[in-house]
Design a protein around this ligand. Structure first.
Ligand SMILES: C[S@@+](CC[C@H](N)C(=O)[O-])C[C@H]1O[C@@H](n2cnc3c(N)ncnc32)[C@H](O)[C@@H]1O
Length: 242
C-alpha cells in the first residue's frame, strides 16, 4: 500500500536497491506481501563503475521479495513477456534472472522445443534457478552463471533477451549492450524494463537511468531502440532490435 512507501524512502535514500529494511519486510508481510516495496531499502553494496554492485547471495531473502504474490499487480509479467513477441521453438535469454520470476512465462512462450537461458552473475541465484526449474518441471530452462561484464552468449545465438530490474546493475552499459546485440540474431529483440525516475519504489534515484538515456545507450551499441507504450505503473520499457 502506497502509504508505506514514503517512510521507507526516507529511511533508505540514498541507497541502492534492493535491500529491504526490517520495516519493509514486516510491512510487506502485514500488507499481503507487496513486492512493490521490494526495491526499497538500506543497502550494503557500493557503486562500481557505472553499475551498481549489490550482494544478491541471500536467496531466501530475495525470494520473499521477487516472488511476492502482490508483484504481478505492478510488474504485469504477462504484458512484459508479450512485448518480446516470442514464438514456439525460440531461444530467449533472461539476463539477471534472479529467483526465476519470469521463467515459467518465458518457458510457456517458447514451448517444449524452445530454450530459456536464465543468466545470473550470482552463484547462489543460479543454483536456486536450477533447483526451481527442476522442481517446476521447466525442462527448457537452463540456468547459467555469467561474468559480471558479459552474458557469455555465442554470436547470433538468441532470438530475444529480457532484462528486468537489472540494467542499472550492469557495468559499462554501452559495451555490455554491444555484447547483447552481438548475441541476438538479426531481427532479434532486447527488452529492458526498469524503474522510472519518479516512482516510489526502486533503487535510489541517483542510481536510476532515465528512459531516454537508456534508449541512447542501446542506440550507441548499434541497436534500434524505442520506448514502448505499456501500462506498467512504476516502470518503463525499452524495446530494441538488432
Ligand atoms: C533486482 S534482481 C532482478 C531479478 C529478476 N530479473 C526479476 O525481475 O525478478 C537483479 C538480478 O541481477 C543479477 N545481476 C546483477 N548484476 C549482474 C550482472 N552484471 N550480470 C548478470 N546478472 C547480474 C543479480 O544477481 C540479481 O539476481
Amino acid at each position: 500500500m502506497r502509504w508505506i512507501a514514503l517512510p521507507l524512502l526516507a529511511a533508505c535514500a540514498p541507497t541502492p536497491c534492493p535491500e529491504p529494511t526490517a520495516e519493509s519486510r514486516s510491512a510487506e508481510s502485514s500488507s499481503g506481501g507487496e513486492a512493490r516495496h521490494a526495491h526499497h531499502g538500506r543497502h550494503e553494496g557500493h557503486h562500481h563503475g557505472e553499475g551498481m554492485q549489490h550482494d544478491f547471495s541471500d536467496v531466501a531473502r530475495f525470494e520473499a521479495m521477487f516472488d511476492a504474490p502482490g508483484r504481478a499487480r505492478w510488474q504485469r509479467p504477462v504484458e512484459v513477456v508479450g512485448l518480446l513477441d516470442l514464438t514456439p521453438g525460440e531461444t530467449v535469454a533472461d539476463l539477471g534472472a534472479g529467483t526465476g520470476y519470469f521463467e515459467p512465462l518465458l518457458a510457456a512462450a517458447v514451448g517444449p522445443r524452445g530454450r530459456v537461458l536464465a543468466l545470473d552473475s550470482e552463484p547462489a541465484m543460479v543454483a536456486h534457478l536450477r533447483e526451481r526449474a527442476q522442481a517446476e518441471g521447466l525442462t527448457v530452462v537452463e540456468a547459467r552463471e555469467v561474468a559480471v561484464d558479459g552474458p557469455g552468449l555465442e554470436p547470433g545465438s538468441v532470438d530475444a533477451i529480457l532484462v528486468v530490474d537489472t540494467w542499472h546493475h550492469l557495468p559499462d552499459r554501452v559495451a555490455y549492450a554491444t555484447k547483447l546485440r552481438d548475441a541476438l540474431r538479426d531481427g532479434g529483440v532486447l527488452l529492458v524494463v526498469d524503474f522510472t525516475l519518479q516512482t516510489e519504489q526502486g533503487p535510489p534515484v541517483s542510481a536510476r537511468i532515465a528512459p531516454d538515456a537508456l534508449v541512447e545507450e542501446l542506440r550507441a551499441a548499434g541497436l534500434q531502440a524505442t520506448l514502448v507504450d505499456e501500462t506498467l505503473p512504476d516502470q518503463y520499457v525499452v524495446r530494441a532490435t538488432r
